[in-house]
Design a protein around this ligand. Structure first.
Ligand SMILES: Nc1ncnc2c1ncn2[C@@H]1O[C@H](COP(=O)(O)OP(=O)(O)OP(=O)(O)O)[C@@H](O)[C@H]1O
Length: 583
């Protein structure tokens, strides 16, 4: 229960509802206890009539009164049971909602490293499956727990008062039932976890097969994929059958043990009646009803134990993530305005997970409003520089200053709000094109969106779609070409109108003519903005104020297009190469 203590704050938050729910549960149970004793009384009244102790009309009156009491108590019990579910089950839904929000909010705060260390499927599982298991503790477990406790506390003494011998024999099979249900629940849990695991393997496999269908077709891999799927399906069938087999024991076992209890009641009760130890046969009927009332709660004891164990395991998994602290923290609460000067002082950066030192003792300064291009072979560290400017990572040694202030002394949100980043793999949400661009500025008008789309040279493409800016992208809609995606992503950054632009090789998928048009527009849009452009093409770099060529994490060359073109080296070779390609 150590891990589940985490939920106490939510239980406190909803204590009034929970308390009311508990009271209502107790009342509902007490009303349900009325019926068996009135069934007994009714049978006794019939016996009295048969034995001529009361007249027919007296018997009729008494029976009518008892029936009304039974019906009234049943209705009240039903009403309170309804209210009980409304209270306690609703609370568990509120807690589930709060916990999901808390976990999701926390995920948002964690660094990129966290996402690299953990699989997306696992993150999703903890927020859905695990929170669902925890809800079972916060709702049904509390509800059934109170219900069972109330019933035990009220009913068992009552049974012993009414007929101790029958009560003793009736109760013998019930603890056995409880233990058996607990054991079965444990096996069910183990096997259903296996089924869950299998389902996630199957969905990953099918999702990959559908996403990679063009590769599968091109390489004629259909027979292999089918064979693999058949293998998986057989595994799935076997695990599900295992689960079904153990599930099948649940109800027969319950019925068997109720049956045994009922036989005890009839046998022992019958014997006692014959011997005159109990005054009416009605008591046997009353006890049969008690047995049936007790069966589910007794079974629930075993079930609840396994629910609580599962919830504990799930909360442990949730807590593992909730206690994870982001390494990149905002340490400055008040907003810090950003002008756009960027300085790297002897910056070295090593990725923790791969231990690759992507930048080695790099220094450079970019003045506000300057544009700088970063060139170099793949893996030379260009994108890493941009990630460090956004403070997606903190440097391993050295220092980054923005407007002459160490980056850690800036408000993280002010910094990121002042940056318009266009990543290498443009990511677009499964939403309309309009909303994807609006991401850059939530209150932007459609005219503003069209204006930036024009600057990113994607407007013509968009109006070519039948639904134009309302075209849905992604799985539910159309797939944009690589170049179109990049340009929508550029439009999004332009709409943000930030102080610093970070363009990470974001024109690689557009032809050189469009590239030039976009670059000219970007130049106009970003005259007073600090602009960092990562590229493999000289065409993207030649009009910038400065070019930095990287090699293996170090600066190889630095200067303007003219300066670098007039000296031998990587840049000049690249320029000549690309010039001849263009020709
Ligand atoms: N998130 C990451 N985790 C671990 N290692 C990384 C990560 N990103 C990049 N690296 C490694 O750091 C080095 C520099 O990568 P970076 O992406 O900065 O290069 P790049 O010059 O932008 O390359 P490209 O031109 O291919 O985009 C590479 O060796 C790469 O494998």
């Amino acid at each position: 229960m150590k891990e589940l203590k985490y939920l106490n704050k939510y239980l406190k938050k909803y204590w009034v509802k929970i308390f009311a729910g508990i009271l209502i549960t107790i009342i509902a149970r007490i009303f349900s206890l009325v019926m068996p004793s009135y069934v007994n009384k009714s049978i006794k009244a019939v016996e009295n009539y048969i034995g001529d102790s009361i007249s027919k009309s007296e018997a009729k009156d008494v029976l009518l009164e008892y029936i009304l009491i039974i019906v009234g108590a049943a209705l009240l019990s039903a009403l309170f049971t309804f209210l009980m579910r409304q209270m306690i089950i609703n609370v568990s839904r509120y807690i589930e909602y709060d916990l999901k929000n808390e976990v999701f909010d926390h995920y948002q705060f964690l660094n990129l490293n966290f996402y690299k260390r953990n699989r997306i499927g696992d993150l999703m599982n903890r927020i859905s499956e695990d929170v669902g298991q925890v809800r079972m503790y916060a709702g049904p477990a509390i509800m059934y727990g109170i219900q069972t406790l109330t019933l035990f506390v009220c009913l068992i003494p009552l049974m012993f008062i009414k007929a101790p011998t029958i009560a003793f024999y009736t109760l013998i099979p019930l603890p056995i039932l409880s233990v058996l249900i607990y054991q079965i629940s444990k096996v069910i849990h183990k096997r259903s976890t296996k089924v869950q695991e299998y389902l996630s393997t199957l969905s990953t496999f099918t999702q990959e097969s559908f996403s990679g269908v063009s590769v599968i077709k091109a390489y004629c891999l259909e027979p292999q994929i089918n064979a693999e799927l058949r293998g998986l399906a057989k595994e799935g069938k076997d695990t599900s059958m295992d689960l079904a087999r153990v599930n099948a024991w649940f109800f027969p076992l319950m019925i068997l043990l109720i049956g045994i209890s009922n036989i005890f009641v009839i046998y022992i009760g019958g014997k006692q009646y014959i011997n005159g130890e109990i005054e009416s046969i009605g008591i046997i009927a009353e006890f049969i009803l008690y047995v049936n009332m007790l069966t589910w709660p007794v079974a629930v004891v075993g079930w609840l134990t396994s629910i609580v164990q599962r919830a504990e395991a799930s909360q442990k998994r949730i807590n593992e993530f909730l206690t994870e602290q982001p390494t990149i923290k905002n340490e400055v609460l008040e907003p810090t305005p950003i002008k756009g000067k960027i300085e790297f002082r002897n910056v070295t950066f090593t990725y923790e997970d791969t231990e690759i030192t992507a930048l080695k003792n790099i220094s450079f300064t970019i003045e506000p409003g300057e544009s700088v291009a970063f060139l170099g072979k793949t893996g030379s560290g260009k994108s890493t520089i941009l990630d460090l400017v956004s403070r997606l990572y903190d440097v391993s040694s050295g220092e980054i200053l923005i407007d002459d202030i160490p980056i850690k002394k800036l408000n993280l949100y002010s910094l990121r709000s002042a940056i318009g980043a266009v990543p290498q793999d443009a990511f677009l949400f499964s939403d309309t094109i309009e909303n994807n661009i609006r991401f850059g500025k939530e209150d932007a008008s459609i005219d503003e969106i069209i204006e930036v789309a024009k600057k990113a040279v994607v407007h013509e493409n968009i109006i070519g779609f039948s639904k134009q800016y309302n075209t849905i992208l992604g799985e539910r809609g159309i797939t944009l070409s690589g170049g179109q995606k990049q340009r929508v992503s550029i439009a999004r950054a332009l709409l943000k109108d930030p102080e610093i632009y970070l363009f990470d090789d974001c024109l690689s998928a557009v032809d050189t003519e469009t590239e030039e048009e976009i670059l000219a527009n970007l130049k106009n849009a970003s005259t007073d903005k600090t602009t960092l452009i990562v590229s493999h093409r000289v065409s993207s770099a030649k009009n910038t104020d400065k070019i930095i060529v990287l090699e293996d994490g170090s600066i190889l060359q630095e200067g303007t297009h003219e300066q670098l073109n007039n000296s031998e080296g990587y840049y000049k070779e690249l320029f000549l190469d690309q010039l001849s390609d263009k020709d």
